[in-house]
Write a protein that binds this ligand. Structure first.
Ligand code: GAL
Length: 388
């Protein structure tokens, strides 16, 4: 199968952790359709860790669904998800046990891939806990990659080794379609900020076929759920979504969709941001403002490494350009765009016509230099065209 755009969907882990069951999945499936998320492109509903019994079936060796959480088995859940027009995702692990201590797929890869195909799975998230030390990750992901190819069903392969072991250098060769290039997110602005700064020099590894996955979104969680921390506000979530979009990262929602507010839904279905995310060229964004900036105490500093205000530029297909001004600091900051740094020198006579993706407002032609003053954690994002 060819995965040429960042996958979009929902994953149970951030909100539900081990508290998953058939009703939660069915209600989430209903909500994905009723709220318009499916129409916006969110089509995978993925069940994360903790779905199975603690041990394999002693006769068949198969992993078996927890009979209390999923009394009708997994195929019936998958059928329900499919009946809503969604795709169905499962979870396993390259080690002997999953991270929450359920059976992992080590040495059972081909049997498990067949089992997931029997369930009607369309997606497999594949974790990295309890990996036997004598097996390198590339071999283990390759084994499941081969098993999925043999299983008779198109199953999107989503690796999750948290960015360890120089994964970006070998993961594409194993057949995965997305791979976690970071540790786990929690529902706080610093966690999101650390993740995005850790990826700046890894963005070029993300491309059609296999995308860097910077973890499930925490948008709409407000501190509730399974991944800890005090939560974020709407400004934080707005910037989180804009960053995931300009990074061409998979958009896997992790908040409880059943309780999403109108504002949360409007954010995650913003058509222009999704267009930036899904752009078929999936070019890496670059940061332009490696200039002198003032820190929060008003002191001049040459580039605030992890923080400050940053300006990202991403070339889109159809000669469009996305620009994101974002403030990662705790005080008001100015994000700057030196057009020269984006490849548009003043002498060219060209500038950018800029349309704000949140407000629809057009700024007309801007040239040479511009800046946006941003409240703490806020951002502005534009889709632009070159113009004289
Ligand atoms: C972690 C993974 C999380 C979640 C969890 C389940 O390793 O990064 O996204 O899947 O395991 O136990």
């Amino acid at each position: 199968m060819i995965v040429n755009k960042p996958p979009m969907g929902f994953n149970t882990w951030n909100t539900f952790g081990e508290n998953i069951n058939e009703s939660v999945i069915k209600e989430t499936a209903d909500a994905m359709v009723d709220t318009g998320l499916l129409d916006a492109g969110y089509k995978y509903l993925v069940i994360d860790d903790c779905w199975s019994e603690r041990e394999r079936d002693s006769v068949t060796g198969k992993i078996i669904p927890d009979h209390i959480k999923f009394p009708n088995g997994m195929k019936s859940v998958s059928d329900y998800v499919h009946s809503k027009g969604l795709l169905f995702g499962m979870y396993s692990c390259a080690g002997t046990r999953t991270c929450a201590d359920y059976p992992g797929s080590f040495d059972h890869e081909f049997l498990d891939a067949e089992t997931f195909a029997e369930y009607g799975a369309d997606f497999l998230k594949y974790d990295y806990c309890y990996r036997p030390a004598h097996h390198h990750g590339d071999l283990l992901y390759r084994r499941m990659g081969m098993a999925l190819k043999a299983c008779g069903r198109d199953i999107l392969f989503s690796a999750c080794n948290w960015g360890c072991d120089d994964v970006e250098k070998w993961i594409r060769s194993t057949g995965t379609h997305m791979y976690r290039s970071t540790g786990d997110i929690n529902d706080s602005f610093p966690s999101m900020r650390d993740i995005l700064f850790s990826q700046i020099d890894k963005l070029a590894y993300s491309a059609p076929g296999c995308f860097n996955d910077i973890d499930m979104l925490t948008i709409g969680m407000y501190g509730k759920g399974n991944v800890g921390s005090a939560g974020c506000n709407d400004t934080d979530y707005k910037t989180q979504f804009a960053v995931w979009c300009i990074y061409s990262a998979p958009l896997m929602l992790g908040g409880d969709i059943r309780t999403f507010s109108k504002e949360t839904l409007a954010l995650v279905t913003n058509k222009k941001l999704i267009r930036i995310n899904q752009d078929e060229e999936a070019r890496p964004a670059f940061i332009t403002n490696s200039r002198i900036e003032k820190d929060c105490n008003g002191e001049m500093k040459y580039t605030v490494e992890k923080g400050g205000a940053k300006t990202f530029v991403k070339l889109l297909s159809d000669n469009e350009i996305a620009v994101l001004f974002a403030n990662f600091d705790e005080c008001e900051r100015k994000a700057e765009l030196y057009f020269e740094d984006a490849g548009i020198p003043f002498a060219s006579g060209y500038g950018l016509v800029m349309e704000n993706v949140f407000t629809g407002e057009s700024l007309g032609v801007k040239k040479d230099y511009m800046s946006r003053s941003l409240a703490p954690h806020d951002c502005e994002c534009y889709i632009c065209k070159l113009a004289k």
